[in-house]
Design a protein around this ligand. Structure first.
Ligand SMILES: Cc1ncc(COP(=O)(O)O)c(C=O)c1O
Length: 435
């Protein structure tokens, strides 16, 4: 069946033909196979994948080492209901040894579940209701946090919710603050300090490309949360494992109370975790030792745990992070060269293996600075890149991810495509024909 036929079939039985609103790509592509850094659709078109399951498949698609680990687990132990298993303890122990602020671990299934549990635990230990998130950050799809990621200029400074049907009482307890703005943080704590259960932050806001918190801002957050008895949560669902096995905290040296991890942890298998201080996480033990409810049929499923252990093995190899960083550094430098040659007012942002074209020049410290982005040009660029077989989100500001399976050859092909697309957009016919 063709893309069109399959998309029509899928749309008849699923809303918009999709299983996540974030997956919309404005064209009827239906993927039928994935291997390494490449995807193939039902019409036989090949793509270099730059979404990579929103960064989940950090080793590349259908990695044989992961497949073997999952298969081996399925021969030995699958999902168990009662009690505990050896594999989940093995993984928890490994995460404690890798992530500096981790003393104990709760294994769950998705990034949203992890942040949900971290926030509920924070409310339990502080006895407070309010949470603080930042404009530009994403922490999941549920009512406490589904707001203010990519927000129209007219809605900055107020709650901009991502969904109808959100529970008013839940959403109103969330304060949306300005990223990298110490004075705003002082103001928020002055006004609400005794009511704030937790501050949740992406230390690099990769949900709007790559906006990095300054060390001073993270230090300020650490100071203010400690002073006011609030919990500091680093949401490292993207940054942990992608930028290093110890997460961004191991790079910046500032320690949160709780950390959420997910996505790349098991190369695309559904598993995530909350890690943090023992005295906090211990509250999630069953009564009488704890009083915060932790449950989930699939929590710590051994095949997913096996995938996580195998992913850690592969990422621990000496060449893994140097390769990921090399790809990102090369792309940022070379794409900036193209922007300069063509006289396009743009820059390439990102960190490590994450990169993003921003269609404006000048510094940026928070989402509000990204309002200068030429969204129309950004959209056109993304659309042409998909035409040329480089798969990315059509939405402006969204990041591109590399995996261990991407090569210098993929980078070269992508740069040729980018030069072609940008030449067209700049009104300069490109002489080199993209093959
Ligand atoms: C930083 C961050 N936190 C939490 C989530 C939610 O994760 P999931 O989609 O696995 O529920 C995401 C997903 O994009 C994320 O980027």
């Amino acid at each position: 069946m063709s893309n069109m036929a399959l998309f029509t079939r899928n749309s008849a039985v699923m809303p918009g033909g999709l299983t996540s609103n974030n997956r919309k790509i404005d064209r009827d592509i239906v993927f039928v196979s994935a291997k390494g850094a490449e995807l193939v659709d039902a019409d036989g078109q090949r793509y270099i994948d730059y979404n990579c399951a929103f960064g989940g498949t950090i080793l590349g698609h259908c990695d044989p080492y992961i497949a073997e680990a999952v298969y081996a687990s399925m021969q030995q132990i699958d999902l168990i209901g009662l009690g505990t298993t050896k594999p989940e303890g093995d993984l928890a122990e490994r995460l404690v040894s890798l992530i500096p602020s981790a003393e104990q671990v709760m294994l769950v299934n998705s990034g949203s579940e992890a942040t949900y549990h971290a926030l509920r635990l924070s409310r339990a230990v502080t006895g407070r209701q309010k949470i603080v998130k930042f404009q530009g950050g994403y922490h999941g799809w549920y009512d406490y946090v589904a707001m203010n990621v990519i927000t129209p200029e007219t809605h900055i400074g107020q709650q901009h919710r991502l969904s109808a049907g959100m529970l008013e009482a839940a959403a109103t307890e969330t304060i949306v603050a300005r990223y990298n703005d110490e004075a705003d943080m002082e103001r928020v704590f002055q006004q609400y300090g005794h009511e704030i259960a937790a501050v949740i932050i992406e230390p690099i806001q990769h949900n709007i490309g790559g906006v990095k918190a300054t060390d001073n801002f993270l230090k300020k957050l650490r100071e203010l949360t400690t002073l006011h008895g609030s919990i500091l949560i680093f949401d490292e669902v993207i940054t942990c494992f992608r930028h290093g096995l110890g997460g961004y905290q191991s790079l910046c040296g500032i320690m949160p109370d709780l950390t959420t991890i997910g996505k790349a942890i098991a190369n695309g298998m559904p598993i995530s975790a909350v890690v943090g201080k023992r005295d906090l996480i211990q509250r999630c033990a069953p009564p009488p030792n704890g009083d915060v409810f932790l449950a989930g049929t699939f929590n710590g499923a051994p095949p997913c745990v096996a995938a996580a252990m195998a992913t850690i093995d592969r990422l621990s190899e000496d060449t893994s992070y140097p390769h990921l960083y090399h790809l990102g550094d090369t792309m940022r430098a070379q794409l900036d060269g193209i922007f300069e040659r063509l006289g396009i007012a743009a820059q390439t942002g990102g960190y490590g293996s994450v990169w993003v074209p921003y269609f404006f020049t000048g510094a940026y410290h928070r989402y509000e600075d990204l309002l200068a982005n030429d969204d129309a040009l950004d959209r056109k660029f993304r659309s042409r890149m998909i035409d040329f077989g480089c798969l990315t989100s059509p939405t402006p500001l969204k990041r591109y991810n590399f995996t261990l399976a991407h090569t210098d050859e993929h980078v070269a092909q992508t740069l040729t495509a980018a030069e072609h697309a940008l030449s067209e957009l700049a009104g300069r016919p490109h002489t080199k024909v993209y093959a």
